[in-house]
Design a protein around this ligand. Structure first.
Ligand code: SF4
Length: 366
């Protein structure tokens, strides 16, 4: 029988986590089973305390450049899967350069270069390497790449040309569910790419979906699967049914499960980066996610940008409030503020175990 987690236990648990204790599977089960509002609020509260112990009130900000929405894959949950008959785009190098110039004086710690598994780049990796080199030259900022699964040689070349982080989401570490979500794709190749990237000096991000047929035991498998790969950043996102996809008719869950898992991630990965994405519920959703224990804001785009997001809560909205200024203004109302580039450098050095340069990087405007 599942025991109710008392307030006192959660306070003690958080203190133990700060002192180096790790959650057991039974702890995970208990936390995932919480349903009462006051219990969940208490969980978010202790997750914030653990986050604040390691990061204070500082938040990291990532700009999002979805430069190609073409993809050869057929993920059942994804709007951009190859079978969906949608408008797609692929930015050229000059368009990307212009986005970089607009970013130069913004409060941004890292640029996230995302694409589907676009054969135009996957078959000719030098094209993608050119983009990474250009973004590094233009911004001087750390670069995250989110390109899908790449081979070892390409990962090495990208790292040598300026890629610092690899984001590669398993979406689930439950193999049965994986087969249904990432249709026809190798589970092992995806794990290998993250492990290899970590070994050669990247920081890596793994992520899971919630609300997509995963029960508590499946979620525990995913949480443990993420932990095994020692990621530097861990993400959970609520599944949002996308028009024209095999899962398009599934009913959408609220973000409550995601918020609970963000808090659990904070207890499992106390000193790691955990994102609050703007892509799901905009800037109000960012606040909820930071209040659950996140410490990074992702999917920031310029105020006048027409770039796509992955989930795109605002695809049909006229006003988008995902620009750096709106984010920083809202952070300040929460008593939080952007971290410095030096803070981000320290995190990256701790993760990779080696010095990283920040000479010439624009300072984040506090
Ligand atoms: S999730 Fe990524 S790999 Fe899968 S279909 Fe979408 S863009 Fe392609």
């Amino acid at each position: 029988m599942i025991k109710k987690v008392e307030y006192l236990d959660l306070d003690r648990l958080a203190q133990d986590i700060v002192n180096g204790r790790e959650l057991t599977d039974e702890n995970l089960r208990e936390l995932l089973c919480l349903t009462e509002e006051d219990e969940i609020q208490k969980l978010h509260y202790v997750a914030r305390k653990v986050r604040d112990h390691f990061f204070g009130n500082k938040v990291f900000l990532y700009s999002f450049v979805y430069f190609s929405t073409h993809c050869k894959n057929n993920c059942a949950f994804c709007y951009y899967n190859r079978c969906n008959d949608i408008q797609r785009y692929r930015l050229d190098i000059e368009e990307i350069r212009n986005i970089c110039r607009a970013l130069k004086n913004e409060s941004i710690h890292m640029v996230d270069l995302t694409m589907g598994e676009d054969p135009y780049f996957h078959n000719e990796p030098e094209r993608f390497i050119d983009i990474v080199r250009t973004v590094k030259d233009e911004t001087g900022l750390p670069i995250m790449i989110s390109p899908g699964v790449l081979d070892d040689k390409t990962l090495i070349q990208l790292h040598e040309n300026g890629a610092d982080f690899l984001a590669l989401y398993q979406e689930t570490h439950d193999r049965e569910l994986y087969r249904k979500l990432r249709v026809g794709q190798s589970f092992e190749e995806r794990v290998h790419a993250r492990e290899f990237a970590k070994m050669i000096g990247y920081c890596v991000e793994d992520g899971i979906l919630t609300g997509v047929g995963n029960d508590i035991e499946s979620t525990i498998k995913s949480l443990r699967g993420m932990q095994k790969n020692k990621p530097d950043m861990v993400r959970v996102m609520t599944f949002v049914p996308q028009e024209g996809t095999p899962l398009g008719e599934v009913s959408q869950e609220s973000s409550l499960s995601e918020l609970k898992i963000i808090s659990i991630l904070r207890l499992m990965f106390p000193d790691r980066l955990i994102p609050a994405s703007l892509d799901l519920e905009g800037i109000d959703g960012m606040v909820h996610r930071l209040n659950a224990g996140a410490n990074v804001v992702t999917s920031i785009i310029a105020a006048n940008s027409s770039l796509e997001g992955v989930v795109n809560y605002d695809r049909n909205l006229e006003e988008r409030d995902r620009d750096p200024k709106s984010v920083v203004d809202r952070l300040r109302t929460m008593g939080m503020e952007p971290a410095s580039q030096a803070d981000f450098k320290r995190i990256r050095e701790k993760s990779t175990g080696k010095p990283v340069g920040i000479v010439g990087l624009p300072e984040v405007h506090a």
